[in-house]
Every structure is written in C-alpha cells, then in structure tokens.
Write a protein that binds this ligand. Structure first.
Ligand code: SF4
Length: 329
C-alpha cells in the first residue's frame, strides 16, 4: 500500500527556490532578481510558503526575508570567514557522525533543510560525503555502542525532521537498544518554518522509546512564531517533550534589545524556553550578518536587566577544539 504524502511533506517539496518567484510573491523590486540568482548559484534559495506568509510584502527590511534572500554581498570574500568555521571535518570519525564533545555525538541525519538560511555555518558542508546509508548507520551504532561515555545523541542535519516519521522511529528504536544512552536531542528549524511538521506520528516516534527526547528549535525573530506554530507545539507539551530554542544574533534581523526581548517573551508564550543566543560563526558568505562581540555583550547586558533570568538565553560561540560552547559573558 502506498503511504499518502503528509501535508508537511507537500509543503516541503513545494518550497520556493526561484528568486524571481519569491520577489514576485513579496512584491519586491524586480531589479533584485539578478543579484539574488547570482548568490543562489553558490547556495540555493529555499523557503517554504508558511514562512513566506509571515513576511511583510514590499518590505526589504523584513527580518524573516533577510534570513533567506540571497544577496551579492555573500559573494565578496572577507578575511576570517571560511567554509568550515567550526572545523567539523576534523571531528568526523565516520561519515554522518561528528564527535566533538564528551558524552554526546551528533548525527548528520539528512542533507535536506526546509529552508536555506543565508548565515548557516554548514552552507558549505560536504553533505554528499556524509550520507547515512545502511552501512554508515551500522558503523555509527557500533561506534556509539563501543563508547559508554556517550549518553546523548543529537540529531542534526541538514534538518533531522526532514526525515520521515517511520525512519526516525526506526533509528530511535535501534539507539534505545544501546544501554548507556539516555537522551536524544533533535535540533530542527522545520517546525518553525512548517508547523504542520509536528504530527501525531512524530510525537509517537519521539516518545516511543525509553530515551528521553528533547526538541531544540531555531527561531531568530518573534515574527517567526505565529498562532499556527504555537498551536502546533501544544501536543509536544502535552507529551512532556521539553522544547528549547536557539537563535543566532544577526545584524539587521535581531540585533536590538527590543527584538531579543520580544523573541524570548513570544517563545515563552508558545511554551518554548530560550536556550542559546549564538554569535555568528564566521562562515564564508555571511559576513554582512556579523555583530561584534562588544555589541553582543552590550545587548546581552541590557537584556539581562529587562528580563527574568529564565527568559535570558546563554550568549555563546562555538570555538573549534574547545570542549564545550564558550560563553561570552
Ligand atoms: S535550517 Fe539549520 S542547518 Fe538548515 S540552513 Fe538553516 S541554519 Fe542551516
């Protein structure tokens, strides 16, 4: 019997990838098309309709648009901005597996993302060399089983929730057979950009083994969290799946106290706790999003003065070779 395509899969496969189409839908100047196409040749445009529907028409300063619109500025080389800013390829014991920190490993579950964020630190990642076929998966299971210091598996990508629910359930069942594992963590932007991704089947998969699941979302601006997303997250709360958020501090998107404060408060209203606020990883093509460390610290200081502690995310950066994230304050 053929399994019907879920609504989220339809929205995923119909994501907009032609800059001219995005510019037309948002009633933006057609002169932008040429430069957007040039930049998209290096890192394609990809943005699903439910996310576009949260953007303001005719507004080039829209904070959601800025995260996805390819720009000429991406093509200018900037010293210090490189293709593998976190040196992940040096911590890649097997295809599809990154082991940087003690106690946890990260799976490159899929190469697919629902959205291509222009600042993404993996925009140059060699996904083709990190495909998780059956052989690689078995090698990864063996690697985790052989190291009893590993207690947590992080599903990353690409976006791990781009994988079908059945595949996620199978992977979790196989991981649950490894006695020293305790937790599984999914880092995903997919529910933010396509809230329909939170299905009953997904929740059943996440909660269907003895492993404690955690979902870490990625939203950078309060406008990303609308009523549809808040409602979609409710069943996760009912299933007692902790939901956290990590954001990236981005010039022109959320580099103001007001934007960061509203983000934290809106997340909390939707049942999501702010977890990390990362400064930008210096990936080639993203320098125009950079906020200086001084400015980041000033913003954070003001945020701390205006919000209760549980609404203040940790301000951090990832430094290659360090045993954990490095706090800026
Ligand atoms: S969803 Fe995450 S992995 Fe995918 S492009 Fe955006 S930041 Fe990168």
């Amino acid at each position: 019997m053929q399994i019907p395509t879920a609504r989220w899969q339809q929205l995923l496969s119909s994501a907009i990838s032609d800059p001219a189409e995005l510019i037309r839908l948002l009633e933006l100047p057609v002169e932008l098309v040429e430069s957007a196409r040039r930049a998209a040749e290096q890192f394609p445009l990809r943005v699903p309709m439910p996310f576009i529907e949260r953007m303001r028409k005719g507004d080039l300063q829209d904070p959601l648009l800025k995260q996805v619109l390819p720009l000429d500025a991406e093509l200018q080389p900037v010293p210090g901005f490189v293709t593998d800013p976190l040196a992940e390829m040096q911590n890649n014991p097997h295809d599809g597996l990154i082991h940087k920190y003690r106690g946890r490993v990260l799976l490159i579950t899929t190469s697919a993302c629902a959205i291509n964020c222009r600042y993404c630190f993996r925009r140059h990642f060699p996904y083709q060399e990190n495909r998780l076929g059956p052989d690689q998966w078995q090698r990864i299971l063996d690697y985790i089983a052989a190291d009893d210091s590993i207690h947590e598996v992080l599903f990353s990508g690409g976006d791990p929730l781009a994988a079908p629910d059945g595949r996620i359930a199978r992977m979790l069942n196989e991981l649950a057979a490894i006695a020293h594992l305790r937790r599984v963590r999914f880092h995903s932007r997919l529910p933010v950009v396509i809230p329909q991704r939170i299905t009953d089947q997904l929740i059943a998969a996440l909660t269907g083994t003895r492993l404690k699941p955690i979902l870490v979302l990625h939203a950078n601006h309060a406008n990303e969290i609308d009523a549809v997303l808040s409602e979609a997250l409710q069943p996760l709360r009912q299933a007692r799946v902790p939901v956290l958020n990590q954001a990236v501090l981005l010039k022109g998107v959320n580099d103001s106290v007001e934007a960061l404060k509203t983000l934290s408060e809106t997340l909390f209203d939707a049942g999501v706790l702010p977890y990390y606020l990362f400064v930008l990883d210096p990936v080639a093509g993203s320098a125009h999003f950079d906020v200086s460390d001084d400015q980041a610290r000033k913003l954070f200081d003001q945020l701390q003065r205006q919000l209760p502690g549980y609404l203040v995310p940790k301000l951090a950066r990832e430094i290659p070779g360090e045993p954990s994230k490095t706090l800026l304050i």
